[in-house]
Write a protein that binds this ligand. Sequence first.
Ligand code: GAL
Length: 961
Amino acid sequence: MTGLPWYTSFAPEHGTLPPRAWTAASDAARLPLGGDWAFRLSPAADAADTAFTEPGFDAGGWRTVTVPGHWVLQGKDGEFGGPAYTNVVYPFPVDPPHVPDENPTGDHLRRFDLPDDWPAEGGAVLRFDGVESCAQVWLNGTELGWFKGSRLAHEFAVGELLRERDNVLAVRVHQWSSGSYLEDQDQWWLPGVFREVTLLHRPEGAVGDHFVHASYDHATGTGELRVDCDVPARVRVPELGLDLAAGESVRMPVEPWSAEVPRLYDGELTAGGERIGLRIGFRSVYVEDGVLKANGRRILFRGVNRHEFHPETGRTLDPETMRADVELMKRHHVNAVRTSHYPPHPAFLDLCDTYGLWVIDEGDLETHGFEELGWRGNPVDDERWTPALLDRAARLVERDKNHPSVVLWSLGNECGTGAGLTAMARWIHDRDPSRPVHYEGDRSCADVDVYSRMYPPHAEVAEIGRREDGGPAARRALPLVLCEYAHAMGNGPGGLDEYQRLFETYERCQGGFVWEWIDHGLVHPVHGFGYGGDFGEELHDGNFVCDGLLFPDRTPSPGLLAYKKVIEPVRIAPGERPGTVAVRNLHDVADLSAYAFRWEFLADGEVVAEGPLTVPPTAAGERTEAALPEPPAHAADAETLWTVRALLAAATPWAESGHEMAWGQWPVTGRRPLAQPSPARRPAVEDGRIVLGPAVLDARSGALVSLGGLAVSGFGLDVWRAPTDNDEGAPWQPDVRWGPLWRQLGLHRMRHRTDGVAPDGEGVTVRSRLAPAGRDFGLAVTYRWSGGGAAARLDVDVVPEGTWPVPLPRLGVRLGLPAALDRAVWYGGGPGEAYPDTRAAARLGRWESTVAGLQTPYVRPQENGARIDTRWLELSDGAGAGLRVAGEPSFWFTARRWTHAELDAAAHRPDLVPGDTLWLNLDHALHGIGSQSCGPGVLPEHRLDASPASFALSFAPLGRG
Ligand code: GAL
């Protein structure tokens, strides 16, 4: 063979039309070509001939796939191969631009008739919105050309070739192409025609391309509009009384567009009998005095990174799913999206325009796998690739340039550095000077307009915020954006609150984008949701693909609820004067008129009274105080709290009226101490048992064996937890990774020794020691049981011995109870899971749940489900019998039907099978979560170092006698 086959050439395309603006709103005829297509899969690029492209070809023996769709997610029992997940490494030898012979190739065939009303005059264009990784296209036996660039739109002019009846559209797709070297994003490799294929009628003289320039001058409150068009055309905006020629500028008073108030003006562009709907948002985004501003004001990104993902259809997203994403974001106060790491489906950007989200629109470009090779041969630094890079830049900008929501262009992700990136940045700056350019890999900031980082530790963000970070001069003048931070893999991310404080403290730190929006768990016949390695891949990166704020089925995880609380646009706290509440409006532009405020007064966790609260008008950025009513009557010794909530006063397009937008809670009177169970009694010792009211201990080991008639097993101090993904950390982390170290030191198999069981006149003292095998450090534990009436009190003292080289995962007691205790009611933090550095969304109240409901279903099972600040907990069976536990101070609890070891061993949700014991952990303290699965670890203040600790619990039977 001589020369490179087209799919491994450096060229990006052949025969396609120049890129242009995408619009859903043309009144020209269109024919969607989705649905069932005939399909044939071959193991290699040239294993089958191209006879199928000829009109007379009989595809009778072919299988069928749905277009849009990925063939690897279709067919029965993997007949079309399977998905494969790698993060950084290329799943083929790195020898650009070549690809292996094993190159799954999907031939797709679709016959179609033109609709009866298809206009006889004019031309037609065939558009592909996304094909991974490349396509060669024939219509009625004639080759139209080919293209690469999976998440980019490509069009062919086809007018001449169309027939009224029985058109044959043939598309050959190779899984691997030279383009694959540019698409090494951390995600599933999913070949196929995964976005729409559409035939578009093009009337004579119709618009080829158009560019809406709509800026806003905050000083005068005016907007300037100019719509450029490649053919003579007229622009009408009835609401503004505008009727002007394309290319003409006009300035007039307007309301600006922002993510908070996404004001759009409907207009139209007409040329050659075609009418295109325009949705115009006037806004200006620029860096001024080192700060990123929109319409004259600093903006703060409360963002997420969004990959396109659906657990059944991969990167093929239906309109409802896109809308669900946007509505979920808005409901959780997310105001910005980075379209990591490629331009999204174009309809998604329409939704961002409509609902209001700031968008960093990213090019379909990542060459991360070259990092493993010391960046040798990196395509972004090899001029043979520059045309392909410029093609990607142009196809990003041209398609999406008319969306007001798009405020920054991003060259791509994790490509190292190189002249190709500089060329892209130049091209973009020249084509669209109205938007700043972003690229995280450019630490010199020579090509970009914002300084972007991923996963910097808090301390470094503060340093950058103070402008003490040095660096090149070009960079010192730029605002900081964290294009990725807070890695939401499994339980976590921890530390969100501390980041947010920095964004609110330092003008230069303009927020960030949590990594990432959704877990990419794919539906699996055995594992529920599968991740890397579950589909037979030789090379994979496991569950690193499940690191989102949503579970794969789009249920919000506790991480999203914590993020919502941390970024709430209104902050509610006790006022400076007694009896008042302080309300800070953290919006960029909106006042508080959309909110209805309500107060609640709680006594021992129960709402005793509530009512509306009048909050004076408060502009964006302002703070106000409002008077609370007199505290209502309540039991004299109750612990009391105020809760003040801000609710939506009326429905919005994304939430119902009454949707909670913000809350604050603070104590009025504190908690009374845990009662000493009285009267203290001398324990009874008989038959090897010690009986102390409801508690029965084993006289030899001192272990609790029953409580109020309920059998207890496995009692004792517990320091272990099934490590979270953030405990495990990422292999490339420079810092210590506690998860692996805990295991190495044997914290998962601690040994207990009883040193003495001593009943006395008022109780029993059990002295013991807990330590890992082979180590000389441990914990001396004293359990002191007292009481003897209806309740038993347990005082625990823990003293570390030797030198502990690691923090403790947890510190508390564990006990096994009958599984019939299936209902939990507690007064404490809730309703959801919370850990020391993920606790933002937990508020005090009375909560209840089934035991199953206490579990957080992380795709890879791990420590989860702790409830914070618990004053008391009641566990009961269907008949109301059970156990009440109270704590001093408050405690954390987890309750599950499997052990830590079982949780630790499980790789997928279905591996966890409820046993006949309810394992209850009552913790005095827990180690934080952090973000070390990719980012920084647990902050020092959330670390649980081994140190002397004392806590008390009381136990009483429920519902008996
Ligand atoms: C970043 C990368 C993302 C993702 C993340 C870890 O470095 O840009 O694509 O891999 O790390 O989940």
